[in-house]
Ligand binder design. Sequence first.
Ligand code: MTE
Length: 300
Amino acid sequence: MAHRWTNTLRDKDVTPEAAFLNRRQLIAGAAAGVGLGLGGAPAWAEALTPNSWEDITRYNNYYEFGTDKGDPARNARILTVSPWSVTIDGLVDRPGAYDFDEIMAKMTIEERLYRFRCVEAWSMVVPWNGFELADLLDLAGVQSAAKYVAFETVLRPDEMPGVRYPVLDWPYVEGLRLDEALHPLTIMATGIYGRDIPNQNGAPLRLVVPWKYGFKSIKSVVRITLTDKEPPTSWNKANPREYGFYSNVNPEVNHPRWSQATERQIGGGLFSARVPTLMFNGYAEEVAGLYAGMDLKKNF
Ligand code: MTE
């Protein structure tokens, strides 16, 4: 595919933030130059300014390690992330446990600079490294009866102090419609700034769906199940009135307890103004078609 240009970035290829910013200019230029359709450069190559490594790795939601924003950075160190395998099962031709290192050897790792919008109305811009979920699903061979994809986070009470508390029904689970899962913007992230993804951000691999609220982007995935039924999702189970299955970023559909019209940009300073939230988090051109004809207020 025309938009792929990097391969298997791991810790040895660490990109300092300054170098990253320079290279990004080249990438955006190159992407525009190869003619990726009428829109020119794809959404992930647009000129955004990424948040710092500190912002991205110290202000986290990963409730298995505690509910304060600093808890994951403090507590997730003890999570064992190697060896790691992902079970892919359900409606696939080749079900089984897929070893993480073997997955990495087969995937093309790219940089994707994405907006990230939490349902709590804060946002960041993150330079992920990862591969398209569609390529991983190809390894297992999706059967034609599959309509949804279910995801599950590892559950290790010995390593996860937060799961002593019934904040959520553990393990954390999420789900996508199959067409959402196969969309080229949907990735499994394995790195940030060219370094291995830190435990608090969901090592060794986590989902990233940039047009949906952040809680859909499930961390430390150990199981992916192809199914013909809409799968249960953690926040929807906890409070179905507040968190729907779709959870597309939508400034016109407020959370029952707060407005979703604007967001606070992390790293913007204490007194920075809130900025307007964009429909589908700025990815409407790419993804609005997935929801054509749907009532987005009902299917929130
Ligand atoms: N995945 C698991 N397993 N547990 C969690 O608590 N939190 C979600 C999502 N994925 C969460 C999770 C929420 S609410 C957000 S906003 C993002 O992770 C935060 O990702 P980040 O810490 O990398 O910014």
